[in-house]
Design a protein around this ligand. Sequence first.
Ligand code: ADP
Ligand code: MG
Length: 238
Amino acid sequence: MTQMSLENVTMQFGPFRALTDMSFHIERGEILGVAGPNGAGKSTLMNVCTGGLRASGGQVIFNGQDITRFKRHHRCGLGIAQTFQIPTLLSSLTVGENLLAGQIFGREVRGEETGISMEDILFLTQLEDHLPIPAAQADLLTRKRIMLGAALATGPEIIFMDEPLGGLNAEEIVEFLQVIRHVREELGITIVMVEHKTRALAEIADRVLIINFGEFVMLDTPQVVLNDDHVVEIYLGK
Ligand code: ADP
Ligand code: MG
């Protein structure tokens, strides 16, 4: 079942077009990988979905509602969350306070309790032992888990994750992929993740979207996409 659709979405920065006529659907409960060369428009695409940017043209539809012009906090209130390439945390606060801040923000923008309990968040992110630690002192993987936990605390139906594996070593990647998988499996939350590491995408994604020069290239299963001649050429050609 379609949860979000983009219909002919265009993003213009002055004379530069970062996204051109982008159209595709996101299915409820899927893990959708997004890949493409540097500067392809992946982060821009996430931002027009989450409200970090407002599309210059076209429509973003969420649960049947046109949210193209909605601000980020309004979209968050509808259940759309985002995590960033570089963990954005309240670094002077503890790990626990960061999670609470997410929950308070979620309550504020929803106007009601969020549907995800702190117990579930702690179970999924395995942050119990870190709660009193200042967020600034946490290692990179822990900071990523805090950012995901704070996003979960807003009670989302869908989370957009921009390069969640960036900077992690092989062991940490396995660990964080497992956390992401559990978020989908335990809570049924849709995950859209930008990722360069094609092996990780092949492992975790139900479908993979490839974009290049701000244009849609392909959307299919990882097996089909990652073995496609044109996609291989885009990667090797960069
Ligand atoms: P990716 O995440 O795929 O590496 P981005 O979405 O960050 O790519 O950027 C796509 C293109 O849009 C790049 O050429 C980038 O320089 C440009 N761009 C992104 N944000 C802005 C902005 N705020 N103003 C002008 N150009 C931008
Ligand atoms: Mg990017």
